[in-house]
Design a protein around this ligand. Structure first.
Ligand SMILES: [Zn+2]
Ligand SMILES: [Zn+2]
Length: 411
């Protein structure tokens, strides 16, 4: 971390444990088509994948120690999303044409039988959820709609249309809240009441499209990952509209995985950087960015402030924002960088002169102990799935390689 200018020793290495990394258990290559999504099985050693070659495959570990497919089912169109309920052995597969197929998987995981098909949407399925208690199947799609069907009768119960393409979905069983991320970067909170949905709130903070969502029901926290390289933690249960930026990634986020018992969130990006965030850590919200047409510290006008530029015969400069106080400041008043984990800045963020002086003068008020750890996978990750009880994580990369990791020490 040589880039950190404002570096001071902190009380402990990290709140999670420094140097603890995922350990590679198994590597499976030789997949011809790109895999879009993966599920790690727990009843037997194995995983389920969907691929661009239109297949759904179950892989089980054989006596040779290698994984071989026990099921390879061809779909009529490319599958884009799936969910698997291991207890009920129920598999839902969403397709690029907007259809959702409902399969029953046999006890030995050697065959699957189609139970039902819903022509739920007119474009790619991007989110699926089965709620056994509500007997409901939720789907969302690039066609901007969210649809819910009764899982017993198969009937369509209701639907709701957003302004932009839906990209990810989560569901809270108790409150019947559906969280839907969209292509514009917003997250919508909808409450399902029978056949209608009420819009509870629209969460807007990302500047790129939502790529994944995770819901921690026990802490009532929603996590959104975006192509803007940020993870945002939304305190839904706090009912104060608080949100916390988790800033560490340098590239487009692709996937989130939650270990609720251990209070850890894993986020991964398309370059293969994995961050593990401590959810027990006390965090503070980053300030809103203040608006001004001149630097709040040295008064130099910003470049669009033509009047002052003309009056003072000076050249306007670019505006920056201090990440810890939110002030509008010029580049020379804002050229210090520091990590500030309590505010989610695990990588150095730009801060103003005033904040920098404060941090230097009163180091005891600014704990810089990292609240997350970073590891590097050997491939950019498209999809990952975590099984907390097994302490295992599976990743699938753009290189078509599937890797199983032991993450028990990180939990
Ligand atoms: Zn200035
Ligand atoms: Zn500041």
């Amino acid at each position: 971390m040589s880039a950190i200018i404002n570096q001071r020793p902190s009380s402990s290495a990290t709140s999670i444990g420094e140097g603890i990394k995922p350990e590679l258990i198994q590597k499976t290559e030789s997949q011809i088509a790109r895999i879009t999504s993966i599920y790690l099985l727990t009843k037997e050693e194995g995983f389920v994948i969907i691929s661009e070659d239109r297949t759904v495959k179950f892989f089980l570990k054989r006596d040779s120690g290698q994984f071989w497919p026990s099921i390879a089912e061809y779909m009529p169109h490319v599958p884009t999303k799936f969910v698997y309920d291991e207890e009920l052995m129920c598999l839902l597969v969403g397709l690029v044409n907007g259809a959702v197929y409902d399969f029953e998987v046999s006890e030995d995981m050697n065959s699957m039988t189609k139970k039902r098909q819903w022509n739920a949407h007119t474009s790619s399925i991007t989110g699926l959820f089965i709620s056994n208690s509500a007997q409901m199947v939720f789907s969302c799609s690039k066609d901007k709609s969210i649809v819910w069907h009764c899982s017993e009768t198969g009937y369509k119960v209701g639907s709701f249309v957003l302004e932009a393409q839906c990209t990810a979905m989560q569901f809270d069983v108790d409150s019947k809240f559906v969280f839907v991320g969209d292509y514009s970067g917003s997250v919508f909170v909808l409450r399902i009441v029978g056949n209608s949905a009420q819009l509870v709130s629209k969460l807007s903070a990302h500047t790129g499209s939502i790529t994944d969502l995770a819901w921690d029901a026990s802490r009532q926290l929603l996590f959104s990952a975006s192509s803007d390289s940020l993870v945002i933690m939304w305190d839904i249960g706090g009912k104060k509209g608080n949100c916390y930026e988790l800033s560490g990634h340098d590239s487009k986020l692709t996937c989130l995985a939650l270990a609720s018992q251990a209070a850890r969130l894993f986020s991964v990006d398309d370059t293969g950087s994995l961050w593990c965030w401590d959810l027990r850590a006390k965090r503070i919200t980053a300030p809103a960015w203040r608006d001004n047409d001149r630097c709040e510290l040295c008064d130099v006008p910003f470049f669009w402030n033509v009047k002052i530029m003309w009056d003072r015969k000076c050249v306007g400069v670019r505006r920056h924002h201090c990440r810890t106080c939110g002030n509008s400041v010029c580049g020379s008043c804002c050229n210090n960088f520091t990590i500030f984990p309590a505010m989610g800045f695990e990588k150095p963020a730009r801060i103003c002169k005033t904040c920098n002086t404060k941090m230097q003068q009163y180091p005891e008020q600014f704990d810089l102990t990292p609240l997350a750890t970073k590891s590097e996978f050997r491939h950019g990750v498209i999809s990952m799935h975590l099984q907390e009880r097994q302490g295992k994580l599976v990743t699938v990369g753009y290189d078509r390689v599937i890797m199983t990791w032991d993450i028990s020490k990180m939990l």
